[in-house]
Design a protein around this ligand. Sequence first.
Ligand code: NAD
Length: 360
Amino acid sequence: MNPDFRYEALPMRVRFGAGAVASLPEELDEIGLQRVLVLCSPGQEDTGELVASALGERCVGMRADAVMHVPADVAERARTEAVSMGADGCVAVGGGSAIGLGKAIALKHDLPIVAVPTTYAGSEMTPVWGLTTDGRKETGRDPKVLPRSVVYDPELTLSLPVGMSVTSGINAMAHAVEALYAPDATPIISLMAEEGVRALAAALPLIVADSADADGRNKALYGAWLCGAALGATTMSLHHKLCHALGGTLNLPHSDTHTVVLPYALAFNEPYAPDAAAALSCALGVSESPANRLWQLSRELGAPHSLAELGMQESDIERIAEEVTSRSYGNPRPITYDSVRDLLSAAWAGQWPVADPASP
Ligand code: NAD
């Protein structure tokens, strides 16, 4: 444990439970919202309607155009509609895209957000916003974009396809892994991060065996909450920089990229972050390298396991290594161009992250 730390809790109001979506009117009462705009992603209109009907007359409109990385034009249209309808808040139901759209509205017009997450990405627990203009994503932190209330209803995650549940769950674990060795790690967040990884590692095999497994869905969403809280409270390191560069430059899919890269980023850092590695071994129930266990687990769960499989060309490795090393940031292990290029080469090929324990 880091013996010197500073900790400031972010406000957090959470309701958790099967059927919790029915409690939305009470949550709106607590915040004092009377006229809300419901936000969701294309294809998620049924869930949007479910939320709208739980809200009754307090729902003044619904937009189903939330997409990855919050394009500025989509955000502007949603902001205009929120203002023209006289909305006093938004209810964002969906994954990071819907919640990100709510954050874009909150950033400009100070409208409080109630989030109803249906993936494990964790945006609902962070004050981080993102906005993409002409292919460039700008991000920032602002307390006013942190949802005022989060309603976690595992029933709304039943429709999340198994493959997406797995990669979204490992995306959540990545937040916890980096929180455990963050420069601003604190004991309380480390406890949440370790428990988040434990819950997700137990939950994902249950979901793969049966996508409607209630225990699996409950545990996964519980783990996602804890991992999202860890993301919101700490500064992310190499793993998130790598995924940001791979997503932004090559447009690789968000949670698949996190899933492939995580074991390699952890293998790179674990010798320099022994406390984090010990906490992760404990959460994953192993005595050996947690990076190798994560790699095996993602294979057992049928997740993609190489950047090549995600469509990255080998010739792009050097470009991404240059981008990731062009700026300095906190990471337990010093970062060099050569070491990042080697890490990316191993992830591209899908090799064992730490030398294959079975090889002579
Ligand atoms: P997403 O919100 O785009 O959802 C992925 C897909 O799953 C979409 O097609 C969506 O319609 C579908 N989907 C969502 N819930 C579903 C359900 N229950 N059943 C069936 N389909 C469902 O993706 P995501 O991975 O949740 O979020 C990724 C985005 O969030 C990225 O833009 C990322 O940068 C951002 N993000 C931001 C933060 C932050 O702190 N600001 C944190 C994590 C992620």
